[in-house]
Design a protein around this ligand. Structure first.
Ligand code: 4EZ
Length: 231
């Protein structure tokens, strides 16, 4: 039987997930709350990590190593880079990179450190399940590269750098760190995001305006994927 980790970064990102489940047991660990439940015969642990790569790594590793999760799904919001992505649109990561990881001073490419790789790929199987769900429910979603860094991007300059350097379609602050942890621990994972802003001058304003609705768009689709995982 699968033991599923479902994570977000912010409380707003997991709220619509928790609202869907019942009989939740709360465990506190390392300054975070972990919500354990069973759903359709699946064991699930839900948590939000707090924002950024460090907190997201800690939470992903905890869900895997302490709670024994063997599959991880992430739901949340992101800034859009690909101009076809409008606020509220969904993106599934096929691969992720760290746009702020930089030892280029030593001739290495952006996003690379020795022993690692610029991109980490997500589970093909989980993406396939997600696309079946999208087709069945007429949900429109694209697959693409997500770039992660410890910055809320709100300028054309930084956005263009990330687009040109990594050919990224969307950006956020946790996905690639979760990817590195899951890849190292051999846990299949899936990263889903709905666009809350387009990482430009208006990003701060748009984010505040659309965080809740986009987080719900992502969470609603994720629940349908969870339903499918068990069938
Ligand atoms: C980070 N998340 C934003 C957290 C912002 C404010 C209190 C997603 C995200 C994002 N990250 C949405 N839009 C973004 C952007 N333009 N840059 C970085 O994962 C917390």
């Amino acid at each position: 039987m699968i033991k599923l980790a479902i994570m977000g970064a912010m409380e707003e990102e997991i709220e619509p997930l928790l609202a869907h489940f019942e009989n939740v047991k709360v465990t506190e660990f390392a300054n975070n709350k972990y919500y354990e439940l069973t759903y359709n015969g699946l064991e699930i642990v839900v948590a939000y990590s707090k924002i950024g790569k460090v907190f997201a790594s800690l939470t992903a590793a905890t869900m895997i190593e302490k709670f024994g999760c063997d599959t991880l799904l992430f739901s949340g919001v992101a800034g859009g880079i690909n101009p076809t992505l409008k606020i509220g649109d969904l993106i599934i990561a096929d691969k992720l990179c760290q746009h702020d990881l930089d030892i280029t001073a030593f001739g290495h490419p952006n996003g690379f450190v020795p022993g690692g790789s610029v991109f980490v790929e997500t589970s093909k199987h989980l993406r396939q399940v997600a696309f079946e769900v999208a087709n069945e429910n007429k949900i429109s979603v694209i697959e693409g590269t997500i770039a992660t860094g410890d910055q809320f991007v709100h300028s054309e300059e930084r956005k263009n750098f990330i687009e040109q350097t990594f050919k990224a379609d969307a950006l956020e602050m946790e996905g690639a760190s979760v990817a590195v942890v899951c890849d190292a621990l051999n846990v299949p994972f899936f990263i889903l995001r709905a666009i809350s802003d387009t990482a430009d001058m208006d990003a701060g304003f748009d984010f505040d305006e659309f965080l809740k609705s986009s987080a719900k768009t992502s969470a609603d689709y994720l629940i349908k994927i969870v339903d499918k995982l068990n069938n």
